[in-house]
Every structure is written in C-alpha cells, then in structure tokens.
Design a protein around this ligand. Structure first.
Ligand SMILES: C[S@@+](CC[C@H](N)C(=O)[O-])C[C@H]1O[C@@H](n2cnc3c(N)ncnc32)[C@H](O)[C@@H]1O
Length: 216
C-alpha cells in the first residue's frame, strides 16, 4: 500500500515537472519567435503593417458610417469646400465675440476658418463619430487653436448659448433639428446651412443658391 502510494506520488511529481518544462519551453519558443520576427523585420514590413492597420481603421469607420447613414439617417463625413467658407464669412453677419457652434463638425473646418477672424469668439464643434472627432482634436492640438471640440450627438445638446450655428448635414436632419432650433435658440441668433434648407421656413438670405441663412 505504502509502496503503491509513493509510486503514485512519484509519477505525479514527474508528470508535473514534465508539464512545467514543456510550458516553459513553449513560452520561450513563442516569445523567441515573436522577438526574432521583430528583429528580422525591415522597413517595408513595418510599412506594410502600418498600411494594413490604417486600412483596418478606415474599414471600421466606413462600416460605422454606413450603419449611421442607412439606419439612423445621419449625414456622411464630407468637408465644406474652402470657397463656400469664404462666401459664408463674407456674407453672413458673424461678429467677433459671438458663440459659434458647428453641428456635426467633422474636421471643424468652419471653426478653424472662424478662429482666424474672430479671436474673441467661443468656438464649439460637436461630432458623434470617433474618427472625424479624433482628426479635429489632433488638428486643434497641432494648430494650438482654442476650439472646443465635443464628442456628442447634436440632437442631445443645448443650443441656447449659440449666436451662430453652422450646419452641413442633410435634409432629414434639418427637418429633425427645426423644432430644436425653434425652442432652444435665443432671439437674434442665426443658423447657416450649406445645401440643405430648414423645411417650411423662409431664409433671410440665400448665397450662391447653396447657402441658407435663417434668423431666429
Ligand atoms: C457633411 S459632414 C460636415 C462636416 C463639417 N461640418 C464641414 O462642413 O466640413 C457632416 C458631419 O456630421 C456628423 N454627424 C452626423 N450626424 C451627427 C449627429 N447626430 N451628431 C453629431 N455629428 C453628426 C458626421 O459624422 C459628419 O462628420
């Protein structure tokens, strides 16, 4: 009985030590393989991995955008052209010191343009999608600008502080935003919309048949 027990214990101890040695070897082998493959990498391998990584991020962004466009009716990520920005700032009654909001700001091109002419203004951008929000933040940091970029859904923000609101969205979103504009915007404030009208509301000014200015 005693011999049988000690034989069993011996077998168990042997099995454990073999298992420990095996896992140790397996770990050092896989760690070695990873380190070796990093050592053997040249500039082009690293470039390939970086390109694949960027493509993967674009793909994820594309899928999320497609979902939001198709199922939630949100506007896609397209930036306002510089010529339109110039037209808006030449024609709209925007003054330094105003609080200016860009709804669905993307890279916040409108606010970056405003920053140059209105240093005393409070410039706030709202963007729900991570990728454009991230780009806007990076650009803000590089240009050392004072834009306040918030990662928020524009249907869940309060507009009561804004003097000027800029939108480049879509027809459906302008329709849904209309009651929000009417109930939250203060008297004297303005909404500037590129391409898309506020339905059943007369624009105070239309610039180049594309830019609609509304007074509240
Ligand atoms: C046509 S782009 C305009 C970008 C920028 N305003 C410009 O003019 O260059 C519309 C932007 O609105 C964002 N967007 C769409 N729906 C939104 C929502 N509900 N809340 C916040 N941002 C939204 C999109 O991600 C996209 O970046």
């Amino acid at each position: 009985m005693g011999v049988r027990f000690s034989l069993g214990a011996l077998r168990l101890a042997y099995a454990r030590s073999v298992q420990a040695q095996f896992s140790k070897r397996l770990f050092s082998l896989s760690a070695g393989t990873i380190i070796n493959s990093f050592n053997n990498m040249n500039f082009f391998n690293i470039l390939e991995i970086l390109i694949l990584f960027v493509l993967f991020i674009w793909f994820v962004f594309f899928i999320i955008q497609a979902y939001n466009i198709v199922f939630r009716g949100y506007a896609p990520f397209v930036s306002t052209k510089r010529k339109h920005l110039k037209n808006i700032f030449d024609n709209a009654n925007i003054k330094d010191g105003q609080t200016i909001y860009e709804l669905g700001c993307g890279r916040a091109g409108f606010l970056q343009f405003a920053r140059k002419n209105f240093p005393a203004s409070k410039l706030v951008g709202f963007e729900y999608a991570f990728f454009p929000y991230f780009i806007a933040k990076i650009q803000n940091w590089i240009k050392k600008s004072n834009l306040d970029i918030k990662k928020k859904n524009i249907f869940k923000i309060d507009l009561s502080e804004a003097d000027t609101v800029y939108c480049y969205l879509n027809e459906d979103m302008m329709k849904k935003l209309k009651p929000k504009f009417l109930s939250e915007l203060k008297p004297g404030s303005q909404v500037i919309s590129l391409e898309f009208k506020i339905p059943d509301m007369e624009a105070e000014k239309i610039i180049n048949k594309k830019i609609y200015l509304y007074k509240f």
